[in-house]
Design a protein around this ligand. Structure first.
Ligand code: NI
Length: 186
């Protein structure tokens, strides 16, 4: 089932998400729905708050960009209760990001290129790994959602100022996109 994407202005995008356990109701179905939603919206990552659920769950599909980045062929992963444990601050990279919850906004964001993450997979097996490159960027973007952070929060100065009216438009529902969304009605 394709789920509507909650867009900027929805309070759930600003909440601190809660950890979940294997007993979370219909978890495997939810994960399946999130993959279907991600495919439908042609995204590479989706966090549970973006479908209205304040829980620590995110999915990433980099297989869809493996024509450009062949190292990610087959990289489709589910992250339960993920945390960024360490940032290697010695090297940063600035690249453009977008977000299904912020349709139409694309801005360059500076982030560390290497991070240490812990998470559980869909079988609740524990993982603890260092990740780098584009995957590290996507993980930072997705896991930020679980702490109520969106990528434009990382912008500074003029870029941040210029983005504000566009965020207000999204809040008011003044945007277009070709996937199902849920705008907060005032
Ligand atoms: Ni996003």
């Amino acid at each position: 089932m394709i789920l509507p994407i909650y867009t900027y202005g929805q309070p759930v995008l600003r909440q601190e998400a809660e950890e979940i356990g294997p007993d979370y109701p219909d978890l495997q179905q939810l994960i399946k729905n999130m993959y279907e939603t991600l495919e439908h919206s042609e995204g590479i990552g989706l966090a549970a708050p973006q479908v209205g659920l304040p829980i620590r769950l995110a999915i990433i599909n980099l297989d869809v960009i493996s024509e450009d980045l062949p190292e990610y062929k087959g990289y489709i992963r589910t992250f339960i209760n993920p945390y960024i444990e360490e940032y290697d601050e010695t090297q940063t990279d600035t690249s453009e990001e977008g977000c299904l919850s912020l349709p139409g906004i694309h801005e360059k964001v500076k982030r560390p290129t290497r991070i240490r993450v812990t998470y559980q997979d869909e079988q609740f097996q524990e993982h603890d790994e260092w990740v780098e490159g584009y995957l590290a960027r996507v993980m930072q973007h997705e896991f930020d959602h679980l702490d109520g952070v969106v990528f434009t929060d990382h912008l500074q100065g003029l870029r941040r100022q210029l983005t504000k009216p566009r965020l207000q438009d999204i809040r008011k529902g003044k945007f277009s996109c070709n996937y199902k969304v849920k705008v907060k009605l005032h």
